[in-house]
Design a protein around this ligand. Structure first.
Ligand SMILES: Nc1ncnc2c1ncn2[C@@H]1O[C@H](COP(=O)(O)OP(=O)(O)OP(=O)(O)O)[C@@H](O)[C@H]1O
Ligand SMILES: [Mg+2]
Length: 377
């Protein structure tokens, strides 16, 4: 079992030196990539996964990212990969090996650009990935502000992704330079493969999900891999996608992550009408199911979608609960801590619904009704 799944240790690292290291590495790499240019920090981007900075090179805005050991910063800070000097030594080795995470992600960004889904001009220098800052507003923010547009926005984004993932080169890249560790099932296995000490209700839900997880389709198509609402940028007339984690898996994985994270986003970010947004999600998923799984298999796909949704929600809840207290998290994830008991209640209900309903349509309808647990303020 991967050590990343372990609970907080008593060897927790001091946070500021780790964040300073990330910043300095990024600035050094930028100076090497653009000698003679003025490089300025525009802001720190909180992330549980990597060190991310918004920078300007001259007047051009970039986003720069450094991964520590290809694992989450949160697990590094918890001390699961050893004391800081050990991490630094391991990092040097990690970056000297071919095909580390930032290199694979640069190739994946290249695929997105060739499909017209964001011309980020990725470049890796000294272990740091630089992408041009892409225009557009994050999908979650647009949905929260304009819930009546949810269905149209989601249908559009899923259509674009379907076209991308159906390209033969997407599957080739997913196999050759994918991110299999990041799929919902892989993360769930890492976090919950062994029983965890957590509150009883969450533990029961996880046990149910673990047993049901055997029913998830075996991998067969290319998936985008990390389809969170903040990874879809809504532009004037196009979408851009960021932070790909291309892998081979069930086609339900992308939609499941989008549904899971949109529900949680709406649970913590004010929206004039979250129920309207949920109705939009329902409509968009119905169209997706009709399109990707017509006929008698459609119900099975929906059941799988609900299962993957619940597994992803358990995953992110675990991430948030085990993050070191002072670690900077994106605002909406921080907000999750305030409603996490209601999320657990929703998970418990959805896991029971999956157990009782082999019929996907009914499991989906029941799961949607249980989102009331988290959307009610
Ligand atoms: N090219 C880009 N254009 C615009 N915004 C970007 C770009 N790259 C990253 N961002 C912003 O920075 C955030 C963090 O970047 P990214 O998702 O790549 O890092 P991460 O460490 O993998 O984060 P997480 O684990 O939270 O998904 C994104 O959610 C997005 O808001
Ligand atoms: Mg991201």
């Amino acid at each position: 079992m991967n050590p990343q799944s372990l609970a907080p240790t008593d060897r927790q690292l001091d946070i500021p030196p780790v964040l300073r290291y990330g910043r300095d590495r990024i600035l050094d790499a930028a100076a090497a990539q653009w000698p003679g240019s003025t490089i300025r920090i525009r802001g720190y981007v909180p992330s549980a996964t990597s060190c991310v900075l918004r920078i300007a090179v001259g007047n051009t805005p970039f986003v720069a990212k450094l991964s520590l050991l290809g694992v989450s910063v949160s697990s590094v800070l918890r001390g699961t990969h050893g004391a800081w000097p050990e991490v630094l030594a391991a990092q040097e080795q990690y970056e000297s090996g071919a095909g580390h995470l930032m290199e694979r992600q640069a190739l994946q960004y290249g695929l997105l650009a060739s499909a017209g889904l964001g011309d980020s001009q990725p470049v890796v220098r000294d272990g740091v990935l630089f992408t041009r800052e892409l225009p557009g507003r994050p999908l979650g923010a647009v949905v929260a502000q304009y819930p009546a547009r949810t269905s149209r926005l989601l249908r559009g984004a899923l259509r674009e992704l379907n076209i991308l993932t159906a390209r033969p080169e997407a599957l080739v890249l997913a196999r050759a330079a994918g991110t299999p560790d990041a799929t919902i099932s892989a993360v769930f296995e890492r976090k919950f493969g062994q029983s965890q000490r957590s509150d009883e209700l969450l533990e029961q839900a996880v046990i149910r999900l673990r047993e049901l997880a055997a029913g998830l389709d075996s991998p067969d198509v290319a998936v985008f891999g990390d389809l969170k609402p903040e990874h879809v940028l809504v532009g004037r007339d196009r979408y851009a996608f960021i932070d790909p984690a291309l892998s081979v898996g069930s086609p339900v994985l992308d939609v499941a992550k989008l549904v899971s994270r949109l529900v949680l986003y709406l649970a913590v970010v004010p929206s004039s009408n979250p129920c309207r947004a949920m109705a939009g999600i329902d409509e968009a998923v119905a169209e997706w199911a009709r399109h990707t799984a017509p006929g008698p298999h459609g119900g099975g796909r929906l059941w799988q979608l609900v299962l993957a949704w619940a597994m992803d929600t358990a995953n992110i809840l675990h991430t948030v609960r085990t993050a070191p207290a002072m670690m900077p998290l994106p605002g909406h994830l921080h907000g999750l801590l305030g409603v996490d008991h209601r999320v657990v209640l929703m998970l418990d209900r959805i896991a029971r619904a999956l157990e009782q309903n082999g019929d996907g349509g009914r499991a989906w309808a029941t799961a949607l009704s249980h989102t009331d647990q988290v959307l009610a303020r």
